[in-house]
Design a protein around this ligand. Structure first.
Ligand SMILES: [Zn+2]
Length: 299
């Protein structure tokens, strides 16, 4: 079955998850005075128009991190907030966006062979790909992507920053490095939901920081546990999923334990770059357990 339309879930009062064809979700939080949009999708449909229907008040757009399926829709907006450690990736991606949106050959058969697009730092962007199960959920051939003809102003997100939506609802920014260096999670006091992006999710990839950095990020996030009852990540399950469900609260503890098994030697790092615990499958760089300037963690 192919899905070629976004699915909208009301996951709490005035709180919406927009599931983009099973590929990724972004979120719209509506207060009495202001709204907050967490990520803005792939630009496979007009996100701004949809948000306008859901959110009748002025709103800010915040990005969890720089990966394309979370921020390609930013071309619809004048300003987006993102952590400074993510900004360079967006600035360097102009050429990549051009190629993505103007070369239909890239999209033809994308679900068949994956996207193998070189990044400025020499790595390769290969998402989504059939090997990861994407083909069963969506098919790019029937989706036309909106051209990315301008980049919005990038505003600096800071750890601890708070977006006030009204007198009784605010959303706090939590810097959660690991998946990427400047990844941020968002804690909504109104719905008591943690929006964890790709920073704490079942298919947890830690390829752009050390495992030690990620572990410390999870430890800090753990301090906020009393303030949320549910976790919504950007990808509900491994690969792709259209479900609009929250994730088990054990997710964070599972991420911590998975990291610990890598750092304390329980996992034979030479043999694998995966560690699983509970609900979490952790993928990490076996050559980057700790960075040069980091203090080791002793368990
Ligand atoms: Zn990501």
């Amino acid at each position: 079955m192919n899905i070629d339309y976004p699915i909208i879930y009301e996951i709490a009062y005035n709180t919406y998850a927009i599931n983009e064809f099973g590929m990724v979700s972004f979120f719209v939080l509506v207060g009495k005075e202001r709204g907050l949009v967490i990520d803005c999708g792939c630009a496979s449909f007009n996100a701004k128009e949809l948000i306008g229907h859901l959110c009748p008040v002025p709103y800010d757009v915040v990005l969890t991190h720089h990966h394309g399926e979370h921020c390609n829709g930013m071309g619809f907006f004048d300003h987006v907030w993102i952590h400074p450690l993510e900004m360079d990736y967006l600035k360097n991606l102009d050429e990549l966006f051009d190629r993505m949106y103007h070369n239909s050959a890239i999209w033809e058969g994308a679900s068949r062979r994956g996207l193998r697009i070189p990044l400025p730092d020499g790595r390769e962007w290969n998402f989504p790909s059939r090997e990861r199960g994407a083909k069963d959920f969506y098919d790019f051939k029937n989706i036309s992507f909106t051209e990315f003809d301008r980049r919005p102003d990038l505003l600096s997100l800071a750890d601890g920053q708070v977006f006030l939506l009204d007198g009784s609802r605010s959303v706090a920014v939590i810097h959660l490095p690991g998946h990427t260096p400047g990844h941020c999670a968002f804690l909504d006091s109104g719905s008591r939901i943690l929006f964890s992006g790709d920073g704490c999710c079942p298919n947890q990839s830690i390829r752009e920081t050390s495992v030690t950095t990620a572990y410390r990020g999870f430890l800090r996030l753990n301090e906020f546990c009393p303030e949320f009852d549910r976790i919504f990540s950007s990808h509900t399950a491994s690969g792709a999923d259209t479900a609009g469900l929250s994730l088990p609260l054990s997710l964070l503890a599972d991420c911590l334990t998975a990291c610990q098994t890598v750092l304390d030697g329980t996992v034979q790092v030479k043999d694998t770059s995966y560690a699983s615990h509970g609900f979490v499958r952790l993928r990490f760089d076996p050559n980057r357990l700790i960075d040069k300037d980091e203090t080791p963690i002793h368990f």
